[in-house]
Design a protein around this ligand. Structure first.
Ligand code: NIG
Ligand code: FE
Length: 415
């Protein structure tokens, strides 16, 4: 099996003890690094690291590949804890409609948005969906992502939701990077149930959930808690039902209005609540008493021109926050975590240290993967990237739109 030694690393970034599963508040201002470092990988796992000054010498590292990283940085791969990368076709027509004055909500009310993607998905085969999603997966890996959560939610019928979840299962079993699957049947009300919302909720609970459990198709259950989508009461009912089938809660919360999704999520012990554009002071207090990760999706707020989530305030109040891309065809057609970090610095006034923590260890926590990925830690998966020669890690969010990643390693293997 591969043994790898990376030496002369200008800076080895985000070194954490195995007991660190997330960082909160002031701790987010710190990124532990070793300057002029080495990193050893054995059998796909981080085996050891240190300063070149205390380098144990090549003699003890027999039979391994040696890579000289002079001038380059190494970071753990990003953990992208919120995506919808299984979808059919794109929605650039709606993008143009929005440029010409329609709102995201107006497009949905005309049968576009999520319903547009649901129609296309129902007409697309499982194999075709898998191919399309794998192209996106390879794209985000090349941009530094090394673990990912993927949601269903463009099915909105038993048949199509299961189709999506089976595609996610195939991606998971492909074993390129750790994948978590989320059942998002409650993403929107499908046309077939236009005047029968309770009927659709019953179908989620009584038809879909038992099948999903039987086929082990999901880890999490998510609901779009929003006006014209699902109320906090409906959200709670669906999340509780999911729990009975072994699924942990997540919520699309407070994205387009203040709808009570944070409180509903925390009540259901959600692992994360995501979006948070309309999160208020009370919600921050609710989050402070929970283990729920507040997850900001800078791409969606940017692309839809929404008010910004109070990320700065959350951290100043002592909360941890995570970043994810929300890669989807409607509100964030990008899975580029480097760009999310630039948005975090420029728009949210977070420091480079804060956005790196948000995009690695904290977003790994939001998928219950921070014991496995999200930092340079002995025993964790060797999913990391080497940058081009750059001056410091702050250069990554600073150089928005550039690709500073030279190579990505997954399980210690160069991609
Ligand atoms: O996370 N907010 C709801 N769901 C997605 C967008 C879905 C879509 O427009 O296709 C989101 O932004
Ligand atoms: Fe989303």
């Amino acid at each position: 099996m591969t043994r790898l030694l990376l030496k002369n690393i200008k800076s080895l970034v985000q070194i954490r003890d195995s007991s660190c599963l997330k960082v909160s508040g002031l701790e987010m201002k710190n990124i532990p690094c070793i300057e002029n470092a080495w990193l050893a990988i054995d059998n796909g796992i981080i085996a050891d690291y240190g300063s070149m000054e205390d380098f144990p010498g090549i003699e003890i590292w027999k039979g391994l590949e040696i890579i000289d990283c002079e001038g380059k940085l190494i970071l753990p791969c990003y953990a992208d804890s919120h995506t919808h990368i299984v979808y059919a076709g794109n929605r650039e027509g709606e993008f143009v409609d929005r440029i010409n004055g329609l709102t995201y909500e107006e497009i949905f009310e005309r049968g576009g948005g999520i319903l547009n993607s649901a129609k296309r998905l129902s007409e697309t085969s499982e194999d075709d969906l898998f191919e399309q999603a794998m192209v996106r997966l390879h794209e985000v890996i090349s941009q530094g992502t090394g673990s990912i959560e993927i949601k269903s939610g463009y099915g909105l019928s038993m048949e199509s939701e299961l189709k999506m979840l089976r595609v996610i299962k195939r991606i998971k079993e492909f074993n390129l990077i750790p994948v978590k699957a989320t059942f998002l049947g409650a993403h929107a009300l499908p046309l077939a149930y236009k005047n029968n919302k309770q009927g659709y909720i019953d179908s989620i609970i009584n038809d879909m959930l038992p099948k999903i459990e039987a086929e082990k198709l999901a880890d999490y259950i998510d609901v779009f808690c929003e006006q014209n989508y699902f109320t906090p009461e409906e959200t709670t009912t669906i999340l509780e039902a999911g729990k009975k089938h072994g699924l942990i809660a997540k919520v699309h919360a407070e994205q387009l209005s203040h709808s009570g999704g944070i409180q509903a999520g925390v009540n259901c012990h959600a692992i994360s609540v995501d979006h948070l554009e309309f999160c208020n002071d009370e919600d921050i207090q609710v989050l402070k008493k929970s283990d729920t990760m507040a997850t900001v999706l800078p791409g969606a707020a940017f692309f839809l021109g929404l008010p910004l989530p109070p990320a700065r305030k959350m951290i100043d109040e002592g909360l941890p926050i995570a970043f994810a891309s929300d890669y989807n065809p409607g509100s964030s057609p990008s899975g580029n975590m480097n760009l999310m970090m630039s948005l975090g610095c420029v728009q949210y006034k977070l420091t480079p240290e804060e956005v790196i923590n948000a995009s690695t260890i904290n977003s790994a926590y939001a998928m219950n993967l921070s014991h496995e990925v999200g930092s340079i830690t002995v025993g964790k998966k060797a999913n990391f990237f080497i940058t081009k020669p750059i001056s410091s890690y702050a250069f990554i969010p600073y150089s928005f739109g550039s690709n500073l990643i030279e190579s990505v390693y997954l399980n210690g293997i160069k991609q």
